[in-house]
Design a protein around this ligand. Structure first.
Ligand code: AMP
Ligand code: MG
Length: 505
Protein backbone atom coordinates (compact mmCIF):
# COMPACT_ATOMS: atom_id res chain seq x y z
CA UNK A 1 0.00 0.00 0.00
CA UNK A 2 1.32 3.44 -0.83
CA UNK A 3 1.20 5.89 2.08
CA UNK A 4 -1.13 8.85 1.71
CA UNK A 5 0.56 12.21 1.24
CA UNK A 6 0.89 14.07 4.53
CA UNK A 7 -1.86 16.56 5.37
CA UNK A 8 0.60 19.41 4.89
CA UNK A 9 1.30 18.11 1.42
CA UNK A 10 -2.35 17.46 0.64
CA UNK A 11 -3.08 21.10 1.43
CA UNK A 12 -0.45 22.19 -1.09
CA UNK A 13 -1.50 19.89 -3.92
CA UNK A 14 -3.17 21.53 -6.89
CA UNK A 15 -4.45 19.04 -9.47
CA UNK A 16 -4.14 21.65 -12.23
CA UNK A 17 -0.44 22.15 -11.39
CA UNK A 18 0.83 18.82 -10.04
CA UNK A 19 4.38 20.18 -9.84
CA UNK A 20 4.25 23.57 -8.06
CA UNK A 21 6.76 25.37 -10.29
CA UNK A 22 8.01 28.77 -9.23
CA UNK A 23 10.72 29.69 -11.71
CA UNK A 24 13.41 32.32 -11.35
CA UNK A 25 16.32 31.40 -13.64
CA UNK A 26 14.14 31.64 -16.73
CA UNK A 27 13.56 35.34 -15.81
CA UNK A 28 17.25 36.08 -16.41
CA UNK A 29 18.33 37.50 -19.79
CA UNK A 30 17.85 35.27 -22.84
CA UNK A 31 21.55 34.67 -23.38
CA UNK A 32 21.69 32.68 -20.13
CA UNK A 33 19.93 29.72 -21.73
CA UNK A 34 18.08 28.26 -24.67
CA UNK A 35 14.33 27.85 -24.32
CA UNK A 36 13.81 24.27 -25.41
CA UNK A 37 11.44 21.47 -24.50
CA UNK A 38 12.71 17.95 -23.89
CA UNK A 39 12.55 15.68 -26.94
CA UNK A 40 9.82 13.02 -26.57
CA UNK A 41 10.85 9.37 -26.46
CA UNK A 42 9.35 6.23 -27.99
CA UNK A 43 8.12 4.25 -25.00
CA UNK A 44 8.52 5.77 -21.53
CA UNK A 45 8.56 3.29 -18.66
CA UNK A 46 8.97 4.16 -15.03
CA UNK A 47 11.90 2.67 -13.13
CA UNK A 48 11.53 4.51 -9.85
CA UNK A 49 10.10 7.57 -8.18
CA UNK A 50 11.85 8.79 -5.04
CA UNK A 51 8.69 9.10 -2.99
CA UNK A 52 10.09 10.77 0.16
CA UNK A 53 11.86 13.38 -1.97
CA UNK A 54 8.69 14.04 -3.97
CA UNK A 55 6.79 14.65 -0.74
CA UNK A 56 9.52 17.02 0.49
CA UNK A 57 9.17 18.99 -2.74
CA UNK A 58 5.39 19.24 -2.48
CA UNK A 59 4.77 16.84 -5.36
CA UNK A 60 2.31 13.97 -5.04
CA UNK A 61 4.39 10.80 -5.59
CA UNK A 62 1.29 8.98 -6.86
CA UNK A 63 0.99 11.59 -9.58
CA UNK A 64 4.61 11.07 -10.63
CA UNK A 65 3.97 7.34 -10.85
CA UNK A 66 0.85 7.85 -12.99
CA UNK A 67 0.92 7.82 -16.78
CA UNK A 68 0.74 11.63 -16.87
CA UNK A 69 3.60 11.87 -14.39
CA UNK A 70 5.82 9.41 -16.25
CA UNK A 71 5.19 11.36 -19.47
CA UNK A 72 6.64 14.45 -17.76
CA UNK A 73 9.60 12.50 -16.33
CA UNK A 74 10.42 11.13 -19.79
CA UNK A 75 10.08 14.50 -21.50
CA UNK A 76 6.99 13.50 -23.48
CA UNK A 77 4.81 16.14 -21.82
CA UNK A 78 5.60 19.57 -20.43
CA UNK A 79 3.95 20.09 -17.04
CA UNK A 80 1.85 23.14 -16.30
CA UNK A 81 4.11 25.91 -15.02
CA UNK A 82 7.28 24.39 -16.48
CA UNK A 83 9.44 26.70 -18.62
CA UNK A 84 12.05 24.29 -19.95
CA UNK A 85 15.50 25.73 -20.63
CA UNK A 86 18.99 24.42 -21.35
CA UNK A 87 21.57 26.41 -19.39
CA UNK A 88 24.66 27.99 -20.92
CA UNK A 89 28.01 27.56 -19.21
CA UNK A 90 31.71 27.27 -19.98
CA UNK A 91 34.41 25.24 -18.23
CA UNK A 92 37.94 24.23 -17.73
CA UNK A 93 37.90 20.54 -18.63
CA UNK A 94 41.06 18.77 -17.47
CA UNK A 95 42.75 22.16 -17.31
CA UNK A 96 41.71 23.34 -20.79
CA UNK A 97 39.28 26.20 -21.21
CA UNK A 98 36.15 25.54 -23.29
CA UNK A 99 34.21 28.80 -23.75
CA UNK A 100 30.88 27.18 -24.56
CA UNK A 101 29.66 23.98 -22.99
CA UNK A 102 26.15 24.11 -21.53
CA UNK A 103 23.37 21.59 -20.99
CA UNK A 104 23.92 19.33 -23.98
CA UNK A 105 21.73 16.53 -22.71
CA UNK A 106 19.74 18.14 -19.94
CA UNK A 107 16.80 20.47 -19.59
CA UNK A 108 15.80 22.44 -16.52
CA UNK A 109 12.04 22.02 -16.18
CA UNK A 110 11.74 24.70 -13.52
CA UNK A 111 12.08 25.30 -9.79
CA UNK A 112 10.00 24.41 -6.77
CA UNK A 113 10.12 25.76 -3.22
CA UNK A 114 9.78 23.14 -0.48
CA UNK A 115 7.88 23.41 2.79
CA UNK A 116 10.96 24.91 4.49
CA UNK A 117 11.30 27.63 1.88
CA UNK A 118 14.29 26.02 0.14
CA UNK A 119 14.34 26.40 -3.66
CA UNK A 120 15.26 23.47 -5.91
CA UNK A 121 15.85 22.99 -9.62
CA UNK A 122 14.11 20.06 -11.28
CA UNK A 123 16.09 18.93 -14.29
CA UNK A 124 15.80 16.08 -16.77
CA UNK A 125 19.12 14.56 -17.78
CA UNK A 126 19.20 12.49 -20.97
CA UNK A 127 16.27 14.46 -22.41
CA UNK A 128 17.50 15.10 -25.96
CA UNK A 129 19.57 17.50 -27.99
CA UNK A 130 19.91 21.22 -27.30
CA UNK A 131 21.89 24.09 -28.79
CA UNK A 132 24.75 22.96 -26.53
CA UNK A 133 24.90 19.32 -27.63
CA UNK A 134 27.83 19.70 -30.02
CA UNK A 135 28.28 16.21 -31.47
CA UNK A 136 26.45 14.43 -28.65
CA UNK A 137 23.07 12.77 -29.01
CA UNK A 138 21.57 14.48 -25.96
CA UNK A 139 20.76 11.10 -24.46
CA UNK A 140 21.89 9.05 -21.48
CA UNK A 141 22.32 5.31 -21.26
CA UNK A 142 20.52 3.39 -18.53
CA UNK A 143 23.77 2.60 -16.67
CA UNK A 144 24.82 6.21 -15.96
CA UNK A 145 21.20 7.05 -15.07
CA UNK A 146 21.08 4.33 -12.43
CA UNK A 147 24.60 5.15 -11.22
CA UNK A 148 23.63 8.78 -10.66
CA UNK A 149 20.41 7.72 -8.92
CA UNK A 150 22.14 5.24 -6.59
CA UNK A 151 25.22 7.28 -5.73
CA UNK A 152 23.53 10.66 -5.29
CA UNK A 153 20.90 9.17 -2.99
CA UNK A 154 23.58 7.27 -1.07
CA UNK A 155 25.53 10.51 -0.61
CA UNK A 156 22.40 12.23 0.72
CA UNK A 157 21.83 9.40 3.20
CA UNK A 158 25.48 9.62 4.27
CA UNK A 159 24.86 13.28 5.09
CA UNK A 160 26.97 14.75 2.28
CA UNK A 161 25.72 17.78 0.39
CA UNK A 162 24.58 16.61 -3.01
CA UNK A 163 22.09 16.91 -5.81
CA UNK A 164 19.30 14.34 -5.47
CA UNK A 165 17.46 11.99 -7.80
CA UNK A 166 13.70 12.30 -8.00
CA UNK A 167 13.07 9.63 -10.63
CA UNK A 168 14.50 7.37 -13.29
CA UNK A 169 12.71 6.21 -16.45
CA UNK A 170 13.47 4.07 -19.47
CA UNK A 171 12.99 5.76 -22.83
CA UNK A 172 12.32 2.65 -24.88
CA UNK A 173 14.98 3.91 -27.29
CA UNK A 174 18.47 2.51 -27.80
CA UNK A 175 21.54 4.72 -27.40
CA UNK A 176 24.75 4.04 -29.27
CA UNK A 177 27.85 3.97 -27.12
CA UNK A 178 30.62 1.40 -27.39
CA UNK A 179 27.67 -0.95 -27.69
CA UNK A 180 23.93 -0.41 -28.11
CA UNK A 181 22.39 0.26 -24.70
CA UNK A 182 18.93 1.01 -23.36
CA UNK A 183 18.29 4.74 -22.93
CA UNK A 184 17.13 6.42 -19.73
CA UNK A 185 16.33 9.78 -18.19
CA UNK A 186 17.13 10.76 -14.62
CA UNK A 187 15.29 13.60 -12.90
CA UNK A 188 17.83 15.57 -10.92
CA UNK A 189 17.01 17.89 -8.05
CA UNK A 190 19.63 20.50 -7.15
CA UNK A 191 19.84 23.57 -4.97
CA UNK A 192 20.76 25.12 -8.31
CA UNK A 193 22.75 24.34 -11.41
CA UNK A 194 25.05 27.35 -11.01
CA UNK A 195 28.60 26.22 -11.60
CA UNK A 196 32.01 27.85 -11.56
CA UNK A 197 31.76 27.40 -15.33
CA UNK A 198 28.60 29.53 -15.45
CA UNK A 199 30.66 32.48 -14.18
CA UNK A 200 33.41 31.72 -16.67
CA UNK A 201 30.86 31.75 -19.48
CA UNK A 202 30.18 35.45 -18.88
CA UNK A 203 33.62 36.49 -17.64
CA UNK A 204 35.59 35.13 -20.61
CA UNK A 205 33.95 37.39 -23.23
CA UNK A 206 33.80 40.21 -20.62
CA UNK A 207 30.00 40.30 -20.62
CA UNK A 208 29.97 42.28 -17.37
CA UNK A 209 26.21 42.89 -17.34
CA UNK A 210 25.63 39.17 -17.62
CA UNK A 211 28.28 38.46 -15.01
CA UNK A 212 26.76 40.93 -12.54
CA UNK A 213 23.25 39.59 -13.13
CA UNK A 214 24.54 36.06 -12.49
CA UNK A 215 26.43 37.04 -9.33
CA UNK A 216 23.44 38.95 -7.96
CA UNK A 217 21.25 35.96 -8.70
CA UNK A 218 23.68 33.60 -6.92
CA UNK A 219 23.81 35.89 -3.89
CA UNK A 220 20.03 36.18 -3.66
CA UNK A 221 19.53 32.45 -4.10
CA UNK A 222 22.35 30.95 -2.06
CA UNK A 223 24.19 33.50 0.05
CA UNK A 224 21.80 36.36 0.88
CA UNK A 225 24.01 37.42 3.80
CA UNK A 226 26.70 38.41 1.26
CA UNK A 227 24.45 41.27 0.12
CA UNK A 228 25.12 42.94 3.49
CA UNK A 229 28.89 42.81 3.13
CA UNK A 230 31.02 45.79 2.19
CA UNK A 231 31.93 44.04 -1.06
CA UNK A 232 29.13 41.63 -1.90
CA UNK A 233 31.06 39.90 -4.72
CA UNK A 234 34.06 39.24 -2.54
CA UNK A 235 31.65 37.97 0.11
CA UNK A 236 30.05 35.70 -2.49
CA UNK A 237 33.45 34.26 -3.34
CA UNK A 238 34.21 33.74 0.31
CA UNK A 239 30.90 31.96 0.93
CA UNK A 240 31.38 29.63 -2.05
CA UNK A 241 34.93 28.91 -0.93
CA UNK A 242 33.73 27.98 2.56
CA UNK A 243 30.99 25.70 1.20
CA UNK A 244 33.36 23.95 -1.21
CA UNK A 245 36.10 23.55 1.42
CA UNK A 246 33.55 21.80 3.64
CA UNK A 247 32.24 19.70 0.75
CA UNK A 248 35.71 18.55 -0.25
CA UNK A 249 36.52 17.62 3.34
CA UNK A 250 33.33 15.55 3.50
CA UNK A 251 34.44 13.61 0.39
CA UNK A 252 37.88 12.98 1.83
CA UNK A 253 36.36 11.68 5.05
CA UNK A 254 34.08 9.19 3.31
CA UNK A 255 36.38 7.89 0.55
CA UNK A 256 34.55 9.49 -2.38
CA UNK A 257 36.27 10.27 -5.67
CA UNK A 258 34.32 12.61 -7.93
CA UNK A 259 36.30 11.65 -11.00
CA UNK A 260 35.66 14.69 -13.26
CA UNK A 261 36.17 17.72 -11.11
CA UNK A 262 36.08 20.17 -14.01
CA UNK A 263 34.84 23.69 -13.31
CA UNK A 264 31.45 22.88 -14.90
CA UNK A 265 31.06 20.13 -12.32
CA UNK A 266 31.79 22.44 -9.40
CA UNK A 267 28.61 23.78 -7.86
CA UNK A 268 28.31 27.32 -6.53
CA UNK A 269 25.79 25.99 -4.01
CA UNK A 270 28.44 23.66 -2.56
CA UNK A 271 26.76 20.39 -3.58
CA UNK A 272 28.28 17.32 -5.14
CA UNK A 273 27.09 17.45 -8.75
CA UNK A 274 27.47 15.44 -11.97
CA UNK A 275 27.94 11.82 -11.06
CA UNK A 276 29.90 10.39 -13.97
CA UNK A 277 32.85 8.10 -13.39
CA UNK A 278 32.67 8.78 -9.65
CA UNK A 279 33.47 6.02 -7.19
CA UNK A 280 33.99 5.13 -3.57
CA UNK A 281 37.33 3.56 -2.73
CA UNK A 282 37.48 0.05 -1.40
CA UNK A 283 41.15 -0.30 -0.41
CA UNK A 284 42.53 3.07 0.64
CA UNK A 285 45.14 4.80 -1.45
CA UNK A 286 45.52 8.56 -1.92
CA UNK A 287 46.53 8.11 -5.58
CA UNK A 288 43.41 6.11 -6.39
CA UNK A 289 41.81 6.93 -9.76
CA UNK A 290 38.88 5.07 -11.31
CA UNK A 291 37.90 7.27 -14.22
CA UNK A 292 38.95 5.91 -17.60
CA UNK A 293 39.35 9.46 -18.94
CA UNK A 294 41.60 10.68 -16.10
CA UNK A 295 44.86 9.36 -17.47
CA UNK A 296 47.20 11.62 -15.51
CA UNK A 297 45.44 11.28 -12.19
CA UNK A 298 44.47 14.95 -12.13
CA UNK A 299 41.33 14.00 -10.21
CA UNK A 300 42.86 11.28 -8.03
CA UNK A 301 41.41 10.94 -4.53
CA UNK A 302 44.22 12.79 -2.76
CA UNK A 303 44.28 15.61 -5.33
CA UNK A 304 40.71 16.71 -4.72
CA UNK A 305 41.45 19.51 -2.22
CA UNK A 306 44.13 20.97 -4.51
CA UNK A 307 41.84 20.76 -7.54
CA UNK A 308 38.96 22.36 -5.69
CA UNK A 309 41.21 25.26 -4.81
CA UNK A 310 42.31 25.48 -8.46
CA UNK A 311 38.64 25.62 -9.51
CA UNK A 312 38.03 28.33 -6.92
CA UNK A 313 40.92 30.31 -8.42
CA UNK A 314 39.00 30.20 -11.72
CA UNK A 315 35.92 31.53 -9.91
CA UNK A 316 38.00 34.30 -8.31
CA UNK A 317 39.37 35.30 -11.72
CA UNK A 318 35.88 35.38 -13.15
CA UNK A 319 34.61 37.63 -10.35
CA UNK A 320 37.55 40.08 -10.48
CA UNK A 321 35.81 42.63 -12.72
CA UNK A 322 33.01 42.93 -10.14
CA UNK A 323 35.20 43.25 -7.06
CA UNK A 324 35.67 46.80 -5.82
CA UNK A 325 38.83 48.85 -6.28
CA UNK A 326 41.47 48.94 -8.98
CA UNK A 327 42.35 45.77 -10.87
CA UNK A 328 45.35 45.38 -8.61
CA UNK A 329 43.33 45.86 -5.41
CA UNK A 330 40.65 43.42 -6.57
CA UNK A 331 43.32 40.85 -7.41
CA UNK A 332 44.95 41.23 -4.00
CA UNK A 333 41.65 40.95 -2.15
CA UNK A 334 40.55 37.87 -4.10
CA UNK A 335 43.97 36.23 -3.72
CA UNK A 336 43.89 36.79 0.02
CA UNK A 337 40.50 35.06 0.24
CA UNK A 338 41.68 32.20 -1.96
CA UNK A 339 44.64 31.83 0.39
CA UNK A 340 42.27 30.94 3.22
CA UNK A 341 41.18 27.76 1.45
CA UNK A 342 43.86 25.50 2.89
CA UNK A 343 43.14 26.48 6.48
CA UNK A 344 39.38 26.23 6.01
CA UNK A 345 39.65 22.86 4.34
CA UNK A 346 42.07 21.61 6.96
CA UNK A 347 39.84 22.74 9.79
CA UNK A 348 36.83 20.86 8.39
CA UNK A 349 38.93 17.83 7.57
CA UNK A 350 40.60 17.63 10.98
CA UNK A 351 37.30 18.04 12.81
CA UNK A 352 35.87 15.18 10.76
CA UNK A 353 38.96 13.01 11.19
CA UNK A 354 38.72 13.44 14.97
CA UNK A 355 35.11 12.28 14.86
CA UNK A 356 36.11 9.25 12.77
CA UNK A 357 38.76 8.35 15.35
CA UNK A 358 36.49 8.88 18.34
CA UNK A 359 38.28 11.98 19.60
CA UNK A 360 35.86 14.42 21.22
CA UNK A 361 38.70 16.58 22.61
CA UNK A 362 40.94 18.53 20.25
CA UNK A 363 44.61 17.93 21.06
CA UNK A 364 47.85 18.59 19.24
CA UNK A 365 49.01 15.55 17.34
CA UNK A 366 45.51 14.39 16.32
CA UNK A 367 46.14 15.11 12.66
CA UNK A 368 49.41 13.19 12.73
CA UNK A 369 47.65 10.28 14.44
CA UNK A 370 45.01 10.14 11.70
CA UNK A 371 47.54 10.53 8.91
CA UNK A 372 49.66 7.79 10.40
CA UNK A 373 46.69 5.44 10.31
CA UNK A 374 45.97 6.37 6.70
CA UNK A 375 49.60 5.75 5.73
CA UNK A 376 49.42 2.26 7.28
CA UNK A 377 46.12 1.64 5.51
CA UNK A 378 47.60 2.66 2.15
CA UNK A 379 50.66 0.47 2.63
CA UNK A 380 48.50 -2.47 3.65
CA UNK A 381 45.56 -2.11 1.24
CA UNK A 382 43.13 -1.76 4.13
CA UNK A 383 39.52 -1.14 3.13
CA UNK A 384 38.70 2.50 3.93
CA UNK A 385 35.10 2.01 5.06
CA UNK A 386 35.57 -1.28 6.90
CA UNK A 387 38.60 -0.02 8.81
CA UNK A 388 36.83 2.96 10.33
CA UNK A 389 33.68 0.95 11.03
CA UNK A 390 35.70 -1.75 12.79
CA UNK A 391 37.61 0.91 14.73
CA UNK A 392 34.27 2.18 16.02
CA UNK A 393 33.68 -1.20 17.66
CA UNK A 394 37.27 -1.54 18.83
CA UNK A 395 37.09 1.91 20.44
CA UNK A 396 34.80 0.58 23.16
CA UNK A 397 36.28 -2.88 23.46
CA UNK A 398 39.79 -4.01 22.44
CA UNK A 399 38.33 -7.51 21.94
CA UNK A 400 37.35 -6.16 18.50
CA UNK A 401 40.93 -5.32 17.53
CA UNK A 402 41.16 -8.55 15.57
CA UNK A 403 38.46 -7.28 13.19
CA UNK A 404 40.57 -4.22 12.41
CA UNK A 405 43.90 -6.07 12.21
CA UNK A 406 42.69 -8.57 9.62
CA UNK A 407 41.93 -5.70 7.21
CA UNK A 408 45.67 -4.96 6.90
CA UNK A 409 47.78 -7.12 4.61
CA UNK A 410 50.31 -7.13 7.44
CA UNK A 411 48.12 -7.15 10.57
CA UNK A 412 51.09 -6.11 12.73
CA UNK A 413 50.95 -2.73 10.97
CA UNK A 414 47.84 -1.96 13.01
CA UNK A 415 49.31 -2.90 16.38
CA UNK A 416 51.81 -0.08 16.79
CA UNK A 417 49.30 2.52 15.72
CA UNK A 418 46.64 1.00 17.96
CA UNK A 419 48.82 1.53 21.02
CA UNK A 420 49.26 5.24 20.28
CA UNK A 421 45.54 5.56 19.65
CA UNK A 422 44.62 3.87 22.94
CA UNK A 423 46.99 6.18 24.80
CA UNK A 424 45.34 9.14 23.13
CA UNK A 425 41.90 7.77 24.09
CA UNK A 426 42.89 7.84 27.79
CA UNK A 427 42.86 11.64 27.50
CA UNK A 428 39.17 11.63 26.52
CA UNK A 429 36.37 12.35 28.95
CA UNK A 430 33.72 10.70 26.75
CA UNK A 431 32.59 7.25 27.97
CA UNK A 432 33.47 4.31 25.69
CA UNK A 433 29.84 3.50 24.86
CA UNK A 434 29.10 7.11 23.86
CA UNK A 435 32.30 7.15 21.79
CA UNK A 436 31.32 3.96 20.00
CA UNK A 437 27.88 5.38 19.16
CA UNK A 438 29.38 8.68 17.96
CA UNK A 439 31.88 6.84 15.78
CA UNK A 440 29.22 4.58 14.29
CA UNK A 441 27.25 7.69 13.34
CA UNK A 442 30.10 9.01 11.16
CA UNK A 443 31.76 5.79 9.98
CA UNK A 444 29.23 4.12 7.66
CA UNK A 445 28.79 0.42 7.29
CA UNK A 446 27.40 0.72 3.75
CA UNK A 447 28.69 2.71 0.80
CA UNK A 448 27.77 2.28 -2.87
CA UNK A 449 30.57 -0.10 -3.67
CA UNK A 450 31.48 -0.21 -7.35
CA UNK A 451 30.96 -3.92 -7.78
CA UNK A 452 27.47 -3.65 -6.31
CA UNK A 453 26.58 -0.68 -8.48
CA UNK A 454 27.87 -2.49 -11.56
CA UNK A 455 25.92 -5.63 -10.66
CA UNK A 456 22.71 -3.62 -10.22
CA UNK A 457 23.27 -1.95 -13.61
CA UNK A 458 24.03 -5.24 -15.36
CA UNK A 459 20.85 -6.80 -13.97
CA UNK A 460 18.83 -3.74 -15.02
CA UNK A 461 20.23 -3.93 -18.55
CA UNK A 462 18.82 -7.45 -18.57
CA UNK A 463 15.43 -6.22 -17.43
CA UNK A 464 15.58 -6.84 -13.66
CA UNK A 465 15.51 -3.92 -11.24
CA UNK A 466 15.48 -6.04 -8.07
CA UNK A 467 19.17 -5.45 -7.28
CA UNK A 468 18.79 -1.72 -7.99
CA UNK A 469 15.90 -1.59 -5.50
CA UNK A 470 17.75 -3.62 -2.88
CA UNK A 471 20.90 -1.53 -3.21
CA UNK A 472 18.93 1.70 -2.81
CA UNK A 473 17.19 0.27 0.23
CA UNK A 474 20.40 -0.75 2.02
CA UNK A 475 22.10 2.56 1.19
CA UNK A 476 19.20 4.57 2.61
CA UNK A 477 20.44 3.71 6.14
CA UNK A 478 24.20 3.53 5.75
CA UNK A 479 25.01 3.82 9.45
CA UNK A 480 22.66 1.02 10.60
CA UNK A 481 23.74 -2.61 10.87
CA UNK A 482 20.91 -4.18 8.79
CA UNK A 483 21.98 -7.80 9.52
CA UNK A 484 19.89 -9.32 6.70
CA UNK A 485 21.80 -7.25 4.13
CA UNK A 486 25.23 -7.40 5.78
CA UNK A 487 26.84 -8.83 2.62
CA UNK A 488 26.47 -5.37 1.06
CA UNK A 489 29.07 -4.13 3.54
CA UNK A 490 31.74 -6.51 2.28
CA UNK A 491 34.69 -5.44 0.17
CA UNK A 492 34.82 -6.98 -3.30
CA UNK A 493 36.65 -10.26 -3.76
CA UNK A 494 39.71 -9.74 -5.99
CA UNK A 495 37.83 -10.98 -9.06
CA UNK A 496 34.89 -8.65 -8.29
CA UNK A 497 37.01 -5.53 -8.00
CA UNK A 498 36.11 -2.75 -10.43
CA UNK A 499 39.27 -1.13 -11.81
CA UNK A 500 37.77 1.54 -14.04
CA UNK A 501 34.62 3.59 -14.27
CA UNK A 502 33.31 5.37 -17.34
CA UNK A 503 31.64 8.66 -18.05
CA UNK A 504 29.03 6.90 -20.12
CA UNK A 505 28.14 10.05 -22.03
P1 AMP B 1 29.87 16.02 -18.14
O1 AMP B 1 31.04 15.18 -18.47
O2 AMP B 1 28.65 15.24 -17.79
O3 AMP B 1 30.17 17.07 -17.14
O4 AMP B 1 29.48 16.77 -19.49
C1 AMP B 1 30.33 17.67 -20.13
C2 AMP B 1 29.62 18.35 -21.28
O5 AMP B 1 29.30 17.43 -22.31
C3 AMP B 1 28.31 19.03 -20.90
O6 AMP B 1 28.20 20.21 -21.64
C4 AMP B 1 27.29 18.02 -21.32
O7 AMP B 1 26.05 18.61 -21.58
C5 AMP B 1 27.91 17.46 -22.59
N1 AMP B 1 27.43 16.11 -22.90
C6 AMP B 1 27.75 14.99 -22.24
N2 AMP B 1 27.12 13.93 -22.79
C7 AMP B 1 26.39 14.39 -23.82
C8 AMP B 1 25.52 13.78 -24.78
N3 AMP B 1 25.27 12.47 -24.79
N4 AMP B 1 24.94 14.58 -25.69
C9 AMP B 1 25.18 15.91 -25.70
N5 AMP B 1 25.98 16.53 -24.83
C10 AMP B 1 26.59 15.79 -23.90
MG1 MG C 1 29.08 18.41 -16.28
Amino acid sequence: MTPAPSTALAARLDPAAPIPFDNSYSRLPDRFFERIAPTPVAAPRLIKVNRPLAVQLGIDPDFLESEAGVAILAGNAVAAGSEPIALAYAAHQFGHFVPQLGDGRAVLLGEVVDAHGARFDIQLKGSGRTRFSRRGDGRAALGPVLREYIVSEAMAALGIRTTRSLAAVLTGEPVMRESVLPGGVVTRVASSHLRVGTFQYFAAPRDLDGLRALADYAIARHYPQAAQAEDRYLALFDAVLGALADLTASWMLIGFIHGVLNTDNTSIAGETIDYGPCAFMDAYHPDKVFSSIDQNGRYAFGNQPRIMKWNLARLAESLLPLIAGSEDEAFKAASARLGTFDARYQEAYLAGLRRKLGLAEALDGDLALGEDLLAHMAANRADFTLTFRALSEASADPAHDGEVRQLFSDPAAYDGWEQTWRERLTRERQRPEARRAAMRAVNPKYIPRNHRVEAAIAAAENGSFALFEELNAVLANPYDDQPALAHYAEAPAPEEEVQQTFCGT
